[in-house]
Structures are given as C-alpha cells and as structure tokens.
Design a protein around this ligand. Structure first.
Ligand code: PLP
Length: 443
C-alpha cells in the first residue's frame, strides 16, 4: 500500500517508470501517449537530451545558492532570455517554483505597488467565476471555481467575481460575439464602481481558461475592453498564463493574440516543461520602479526561488522551443488537431463545443447537444472518459465543475509541442473511442 497521501485516495494509479518523446511508460510496460502534457506541462515531451544535458551541467557546477546571499549566472541568463523573447512591456522577472507561487507573488506585488504609491486604500481583487489560479489560499481566493473553494471559503481573503467570457453558454440568443464580449467585460466596470473606483487593486484572469473549462479563449475585443476599463480606474491587469502561456497557444504569451499588454503575468508549467518545478511573474518597468524608488524591497520570498536547477531546466526548455521553431509546430499541429476534432466530433450527440488555440484544445461533453444540458454530475462522465482513455494508452485532462451555475464535463488536450501529424491522428482516434465508451455507460 502506498504511504503517499495521493490527491485521489482510492485511485489505483499506475507507476510511471520512464518516458520518451510524447510517451510515458508504466511498470507493466504499457505505453501512454501524453496528450495532455500531464496538466499542460510537458511541452517538450519526456527525457529531452538537451534539457538532461543542461541539468547535468548545472548540477556539476552549483545546485543551490540562497537568494538572500547570491544571484546566479543561470537565473540571470533565464531572466534575460525571457525578456528578450517577450514583447515590449516586460522588463523584469520574479522566479518562483510553480504556478500557485507565481499567482501569490503577483497578487502581493500588485498590493505592494499601491502601498508604495501611497494608495493603500486599494484592497479589492476582482476575478472571474470560471477560473482557477492555484491552490494556495491567496490564489484559491482569487479563483472562482467553487468545487475547489467551497470547504476552504472561511479561510479565504475576500475577492469579487464577475462573469467569465464563455460564449458557448453565456451568449444570449441573437447577440453578436463582439457585443457579448463587451457586455461581460463591462461587468468589470460595474464591479469597480460598486466597490469604489479607487479601492480596487487588480483584475485577474486566465487569458485562455484551462483547467476549469477546457481551453476557453475570450471572444474578440473582450480583453481590449478589459484593458481600457483597468486603465480608466488605475486598476492593474494580472493575467494568469500558468497553463495557457509559454507557447501553448502558438505565441509565447497567449495575450499577444489579444493585442494588449498586461501589468503582471504569471507563468509556470511550460516554462520548465516539467523538468523542474519552476514559475515566474513577468512585470514591466512601472511596477519595478515603484518598488525601486519606494521601499527598495519586495516583501515576499521563498527558500527555493530562482533555484539554479529550475533555472537551468527552464533555460534549456526555452532554448529548444526557440531554436527548433517549435511554436510553428504548435500552430500547424494545433490547426490539424482542431480539424481532426471537428471531423470526429462535430456531429457527435455528446459533444457540445470544440474550442481552443494552438495545442490547447478542449471539448465540452453534454447529455444533449440541442439544449446543451450537461450530464448528471454524479455520473462523473469526464472521469469515465479519462479512465477509458488510459485503458487505451492515452492521457487526457478531465474536468467537471460548475461554471456559472451549470455543471459541465470537459476534456482538455495539450500535447507536447513536438507532436507529429500521425500522433495527432492516433490521439483523436483513441479519444473518440474513449468518449463513445464512457458516454455509452452514462446514458
Ligand atoms: N493557474 C492556472 C491557470 C493553473 O492552471 C494552475 C494549475 O493548474 C495554477 C495556476 C497553479 O499552478 P501550480 O499547480 O503549479 O501551483
């Protein structure tokens, strides 16, 4: 019996013993195609020789130096390369060990920014109901996913939630996409005015919603309107790109496709591709300068921040992504994946929506395509699809959850950026069989 407190206590997990390319192997010799990159983490697949060599080299040099005493060459190189690869507006990098830590740091950075500027009355965070920003208490407070929050709510700081931009269910009959985006974005302005126009710190959103809803991009114009509203009231815009960032949607940052520049960006997963735990907050000069000309100190920190091994992994992963032109493959294979999903599911009685960008795609499972009614949540259809997929040697990321009062089942696909056309065909074939088998047992 395992002595690990696994997140799902009664799950009988296979033992992963190895991996190569987009495949993982278990202790019985079974092979799984990693079509979800774990949880949109493994952007280079497994055991990439360049990353392994970089990790060995760093380990030979220096495994750890506390950031209270030293900076390291490898962490400085990672920061320089992230800034060089990003569009204008990102000038500094704060390195941590994962997505929740990055979101916690971004929230505290936003609050301290206003304290430094003498606006300490700003105390409210606004986020969206359809969102997940991490499991630590601050990040969980910002998130709007009740399934994850409910039992912890008494411990969470107060945050305020507005509607997500979720066209499949949110758009009114006869409403154009653009009007829909503007209407839901305007909820932010109403909320700011309700809370006090100079009392809000930040608005927080995932650029493309991942784990809670299965790759939901905003409609055109939504984020532009959000940026305008934030600017009108001096509110910071924090984008959580922990899951959708670092190339997953076809551009290094998902927000590049929205033609806006956020104030703070949280990244993690694809940054280190799973080779080491690593995350970061990206920020512009305006925030940095408030700290630099103010207290000169960011009141935050972790023992393992800017860890040399994590920096070595992230630098190597990003070098491979850039030097092998993998974002082009994300775009090409992302289009193919979308095409194959449309072919397989566009008339499927239990698939209501197919969506996403790049190699970040989701399908929404429904009991009735006509009225979009979901399956009874007690049936846990998403979990059944995951189980059927695993039986067929395919990893997909399942999620059920309440989104604006509706319980939905979603399946997220996020294969490594090195995926080939033949592998895309196999992924969709196995997923199709898994959906059919799971749904057949649920009706
Ligand atoms: N933010 C988003 C959008 C995520 O999807 C996740 C994890 O799934 C997190 C934050 C938390 O990241 P981590 O699990 O690395 O703490």
């Amino acid at each position: 019996m395992s002595k690990i407190l696994h997140r799902s206590i009664h799950a009988d997990l296979p033992v992963a013993v190895g991996g190569r390319g987009i495949e993982l192997f278990d202790a019985h010799g079974k092979t799984y195609i990693d079509a979800s990159g774990g949880a949109a983490v493994s952007c280079l697949g497994h055991n990439h020789p360049h990353v392994l060599a970089a990790l060995h080299a760093q380990l030979d040099k220096l495994a750890y130096a506390h950031t209270g005493f030293f900076t390291t060459e490898i962490a400085e190189r990672l920061a320089d390369s992230l800034i060089a690869d990003s569009p204008d507006g990102i000038d500094y990098v704060y390195l941590v060990s994962g997505g929740s830590e990055a979101m916690e740091a971004a929230l505290k950075m936003a609050r301290q920014y206003f304290v430094e500027k003498g606006e300490s009355q700003r105390r409210h965070i606004i986020a969206r109901r359809q969102s997940y920003h991490g499991n630590t208490l601050g990040a969980l407070a910002a998130g709007g996913n009740e399934w994850r929050r409910a039992q912890f709510r008494p411990l969470l700081i107060e945050t305020h939630h507005i509607a997500p931009c979720y066209a499949y269910r949110g758009r009114l009959a006869g409403e154009g996409e653009y009007q829909y985006g503007e209407r839901v974005a305007n909820e932010l302005e109403a909320k700011i005015l309700e809370l006090g126009s100079d009392e809000v710190i930040a608005f927080v959103a995932e650029t493309v919603v991942g784990a809670t809803a299965g790759a939901v991009p905003a409609v055109d114009g939504y984020f532009k309107r959000i940026r305008e509203i934030c600017d009108s009231y001096g509110v910071l815009l924090i984008l959580d790109e922990v899951m959708c960032g670092m190339g997953r949607t076809g551009t290094l940052h998902a927000y590049e496709q929205e033609a806006i520049v956020p104030d703070l960006i949280a990244i993690a997963k694809g940054l280190g591709g799973g080779y080491q735990p690593v995350g970061a907050v990206l920020l512009g000069r305006r925030i940095y300068d408030a700290f630099a000309t103010g207290s000169g100190f960011f009141q935050h920190g972790h023992t393992y921040m800017a860890h040399p091994m994590a920096a070595a992994a992230a630098l190597a992963v990003q070098d491979v992504v850039r030097e092998h032109g993998l974002l082009d493959n994300v775009v090409r294979m992302g289009e193919l994946l979308n095409h194959r999903l449309q072919e397989r599911f566009h008339n499927h009685h239990s698939v209501g929506d197919i969506r996403g960008r790049g190699l970040f795609r989701g399908i929404e499972i429904v009991a009735d395509r006509g009225d979009k009614s979901p399956f009874d949540p007690a049936r846990k259809v998403n979990v059944a699809i995951k189980r059927e997929a695993m039986a067929r040697g395919l990893m997909v990321y399942p999620m059920g959850g309440t989104i604006d009062g509706v319980q939905g089942d979603h399946i997220l696909l996020a294969p490594p950026f090195i995926v080939s056309a033949g592998q895309i065909d196999t992924i969709v074939e196995r997923l199709g069989d898994a959906v059919d088998a799971a749904v057949a047992r649920s009706v």
